[in-house]
Design a protein around this ligand. Sequence first.
Ligand code: FE2
Length: 294
Amino acid sequence: MEFPALNMAVSPEVEGVFDPASNTISYLVRDPGSDACAIIDSVLDIDYAAGRITYDSADRLIAMVEARGLRLEWIIETHVHADHLSAAPYIQQKLGGKIGVGARIVEVQDTFGKIFNEGTEFQRDGSQFDALFEEGDTYTIGGMTAFAIATPGHTPACMVHVIGDAAFAGDTLFMPDGGSARADFPGGDAAQLYDSIQKVLSLPDEMRLFICHDYAPGGRAIAWETTIGEQKADNIHVGGGKTRDEFVRFREERDAQLSMPKLIIPSLQVNMRAGQIPQDDEGVPMLKVPVNRL
Ligand SMILES: [Fe+2]
């Protein structure tokens, strides 16, 4: 496909921060030509058994921005994560910046608004976010022009963000030896995921690709940076020219054996609200557990 604003001559500085509790990598992306930066896929710490939320991971990202004297322009969510809570509003409160997510968040809010039996006070129009990206939408980080590619399949609102010669995969692709993310959550679709991955693989081979989760398959060290070319050649689920049918069959069989991520219940309730903790009728922060609905 034709990509808007593709510019391999721009090379943002990218620092990944690994969260061992959720195997998530958060990114600080800096414009080399100014003091502007963005944060992609931040993490809030939760001890779910205790109902305790803390901010060490978010504070670490905030300290990185402050230590480098940067101005935070964007807080990007590649999708509504089901395995960790977003720290976007906490970071925004401290550093400013706009929170952006894919425009199909409204479908995710509708689906999970029903599953969690949210009342009418839960808006399903994406208004909790500052920006809703459509396919091909561009935005700037200092002097850099970024754009979003719609990559439904893992979830309807998934997007891959391209900033100069760097792309941020979200859960659309893992490292080549990790393959791809599951496509069996409500609103997920393995065939759509395959098509989305093909779109991402049509980016330039030498583009850097930063992934959102790594589980260190085979006991290797945690890794998060690869390239489009490496994915095309070696990705164990889609590389080497695997067909759509092969992928869908494999993905659906694998997904049927997976259990739910241990933080899916708190993660969805928080992340579909752009990272805000839900409150009960009296304004007390409170999470629900819907019974037999996932
Ligand atoms: Fe995910």
